[in-house]
Design a protein around this ligand. Structure first.
Ligand code: SF4
Length: 172
């Protein structure tokens, strides 16, 4: 994997982490997710990352489920489920839906976020796809800037952040 692509993946997850507020979910029209029961039987592990050159986007869902001729990406998260999936998790799953569609020429109707105690189905709507593409464009733009201001006032978030030691805006 080339360094720019790797850097872009790291940036993707760093930046989507900034988008965890409900406020943004509402303004972007993101689906909140519905609780579903899933049988882990038949989940196929994804071995290789998927890549979509037009958006310079790569990623690997944890599993793909084949159901009624459709492919459903699954993202597994450690820990118990929040009340509703975080926006960062929704965007990550949406990027997998997009990658699955571009790779297999089949648009997933939804994807699944699997937490320890609960699963959420997230509809892969046109609105969600548009919000994802806008987010990716914003990230690319920010990538060219020397400085990108912190987008939150949450000490707890900085405490958990892997960039804390090198970030000059850390609150922790
Ligand atoms: S340390 Fe805080 S401000 Fe810096 S990147 Fe991490 S979350 Fe953002």
């Amino acid at each position: 994997m080339t360094t720019p692509i790797l850097a872009f993946i790291l940036l993707l997850f760093a930046f989507i982490f900034f988008f965890q507020s409900n406020r943004q979910r509402k303004s972007a029209g993101l689906p909140g997710g519905r609780v579903v029961y899933t049988d882990t039987h038949g989940w196929g592990k994804v071995e290789k990352p998927l890549f979509y050159a037009a958006l310079d986007l790569t990623g690997k869902p944890d599993y793909l489920i084949e159901k009624n001729g459709q492919l459903i990406p699954v993202e597994v998260k450690s820990g118990r489920a929040p009340e509703a999936p975080y926006d960062s998790h929704i965007f990550q799953l949406a990027s997998y839906c997009l990658l699955v569609e571009k790779t297999y020429a089949k648009r997933p109707p939804y994807g699944i976020i699997h937490y320890e105690n609960r699963d959420f189905a997230i509809d892969y709507t046109q609105e969600l796809e548009t919000a994802l593409i806008e987010l990716l464009a914003d990230m690319k733009e920010d990538d060219l800037k020397r400085e990108v201001p912190r987008s939150h006032e949450q000490v707890a978030r900085c405490k958990r952040c892997g960039y804390r030691d090198v970030c000059d805006q850390s609150l922790a």
